[in-house]
Design a binder for this molecule. Structure first.
Ligand SMILES: C[S@@+](CC[C@H](N)C(=O)[O-])C[C@H]1O[C@@H](n2cnc3c(N)ncnc32)[C@H](O)[C@@H]1O
Length: 218
């Protein structure tokens, strides 16, 4: 999707993807990554997700990347944090306490932003891109991330003839297509998720499956 699309979504507060609770599959499956407390983790396309708060509560330092300055400012304001701001190339980097949020296009993120990360949490990031950009996104992650950093990925699978993304349907065969050359893929859990996301019923879905995967570089 083009950056203007997402900036307009934040401008107009059309942010149905934002969850008021910590994601259950994050809490359940993050421990499988076995990351050290105190290690840095990366949340691509972070929005103002509360999941970052949970990650910080586990003792992690959280690096996020997000296009919208509104999302980043809301995240800090909601926690009554006053971040310091610095400019790195095209990015504004806002930091306070455990959080360092890079405002800009992830495709331009410099490697220095994530050079120290030990793990990655992707919820609603891969699925935010249409299929033709998903490969580019995964290639960017590969280029940026330390090889040892595992990824907890939460993806959605639905009948794409019934709804146009975002979020896009990313079934297991597409995850294999974009990751299997470089990563070992472990499916941790798949669950029916339409009742948890009733807004997709109004958009035409009659079934929605949400899966958590752990991806490790080969
Ligand atoms: C579907 S939302 C998910 C946000 C967050 N992960 C969550 O779970 O609430 C996708 C987010 O990615 C941001 N985004 C989209 N394209 C981006 C890009 N190229 N670089 C950085 N952020 C981007 C959007 O502004 C939006 O906040």
């Amino acid at each position: 999707m083009d950056p203007a699309f997402w900036r307009a979504r934040w401008q107009n507060q059309e942010i149905g993807f934002h969850q008021p609770v910590i994601h259950e599959l994050l809490q359940k499956h993050w421990p499988h990554l076995e990351l050290a407390a105190g290690s840095q983790v990366f949340v691509p396309l972070c929005g103002k997700s509360l999941d970052m708060v949970w990650l910080a509560e586990q003792g992690h330092k959280v690096v996020g990347a997000e296009l919208s300055e509104i999302a980043i400012d809301d995240f800090f304001a909601d926690r009554r944090l006053k971040p310091t701001t610095r400019r790195v190339g095209n990015f504004l980097v806002k930091s306070a306490e455990a959080y360092e949020l890079w405002c800009g296009d992830i495709f331009e993120l410099p490697p220095v932003a994530v050079a120290g990360v030990a793990g990655v949490y992707d919820r609603a990031a891969l699925v935010a891109f249409p299929a033709d950009l998903q490969g580019r996104y995964v290639a960017k992650l590969r280029e940026l991330l330390p090889a040892a950093a595992p990824i907890l990925l939460i993806a959605l699978d639905y009948d794409a003839t019934r709804m146009t993304g975002p979020p896009f349907s990313v079934p297991r065969r597409q995850i294999d297509h974009v990751f299997a050359d470089s990563h070992a893929i472990t499916e941790m859990e798949c669950r029916e998720a339409l009742d948890l996301n009733p807004r997709f019923r109004q958009r035409g879905l009659t079934a929605l499956v949400e899966c958590a995967y752990v991806l490790r570089r080969r």
